[in-house]
Write a protein that binds this ligand. Structure first.
Ligand code: HXC
Length: 257
């Protein structure tokens, strides 16, 4: 394989990226970050792939950024390398990405899940930002994305005490969209991605872009941005096909054009 720290596969129109550093509970070192970004961008650009699943092992989605790699770094090392900045490329993917979380999603692992568009959790999943126990605090977006996902009080609780949340609590708080049984968990997550991948890829990309604008723009600007994107959806063949299929009472066949 061209990768050392991840596995990739395609199941019909779903691209799957599996974090694969079992001895380190999928700790996210620099090499892993580079591979995840590269693999995800390749799926993004592939018209044969309509959605991506990012997952780990049963025991750990990812137990954080790699503590051993960071331990001896100076502030200047971090600043000059702009440590973690490359993850921004992951957040700029246009294809929908589903995080399928089983086991530990801690620190950078939780933050990576929150960079995805949808987080589904096995009932075994545990989410947390335990950085405070290491004398640091979240550095891959956790203070911003967790706060937007679960609100200030719970985000402060998680980040300041370092405690973990169960899958059920994470779902109640809005961090997770669905909790799935541990048995057959990944297949179920892939089925969710397959549903997304059966739609029009460009229109799904527009929908993702519109939802993400809610985190960057004021309401008036965001609604205008949505409306302009909505108008441009009418430039796709898929819009014509989707509406014609409805009127003819048949299933649509989207081609991504
Ligand atoms: C490097 C890690 C690691 C990590 C686990 N390992 N997490 N290595 N970075 N984040 C390694 C362990 O050192 C150990 O290697 C092996 O994985 C198995 O872990 P164990 O601790 O033996 O497993 P277990 O007893 O099952 O405990 C699981 C665990 C624990 C509760 C998840 O590993 C743990 O607390 N991990 C750290 C969680 C954490 O603090 N995450 C935040 C990281 S900081 P050896 O070689 O000893 O067998 C972070 C920063 C984000 O993410 C951005 C801000 C800078």
């Amino acid at each position: 394989s061209e990768y050392e720290n991840i596995l990739t596969e395609t199941r019909e129109r779903v691209g799957i990226i599996t974090l694969n550093r079992p001895k380190a509970l999928n700790a996210l070192n620099e090499a892993t970050m580079r591979e995840v970004v590269r693999a995800a961008r390749a799926f993004d650009a592939d018209p044969g792939v309509g959605a991506v699943v990012l997952t780990g092992s049963e025991k750990a989605f990812a137990a954080g950024a790699d503590i051993k790699e960071m331990a001896d770094k100076s502030s200047m090392d971090m600043y000059l390398a702009d440590w973690f900045a490359e993850w921004e490329q992951f957040t700029r993917l246009r294809i929908p990405v589903v995080a399928a979380v089983s086991g530990h999603a801690l620190g950078g692992g939780c933050e990576l899940a929150m960079m995805c568009d949808i987080v589904v959790a096995s009932e075994t999943a545990r989410f947390g930002q335990p950085e405070i126990n290491l004398g640091i605090f979240p550095g891959m977006g956790g203070s911003q994305r967790l706060t937007r996902a679960v609100g200030k009080s719970k985000a402060m609780d998680m980040i300041l005490t370092g405690r973990t949340m169960t899958a059920e609590e994470a779902e109640r708080a809005g961090l997770v969209s669905r909790v799935l049984p541990a048995e057959g968990f990944l297949d179920e997550a892939v089925a969710i991605a397959a549903t997304i991948a059966s739609k029009s890829k460009p229109v799904a990309m527009m929908a993702k872009e519109a939802v993400n604008a809610a985190f960057e723009m004021g309401l008036g600007q965001g609604v205008l941005f949505e409306r302009r994107l909505f108008h441009s959806a009418f430039a796709t063949k898929d819009q014509k096909e989707g509406m014609a299929a409805f009127v003819a009472k048949r299933d649509p066949e989207f081609t991504g054009e």
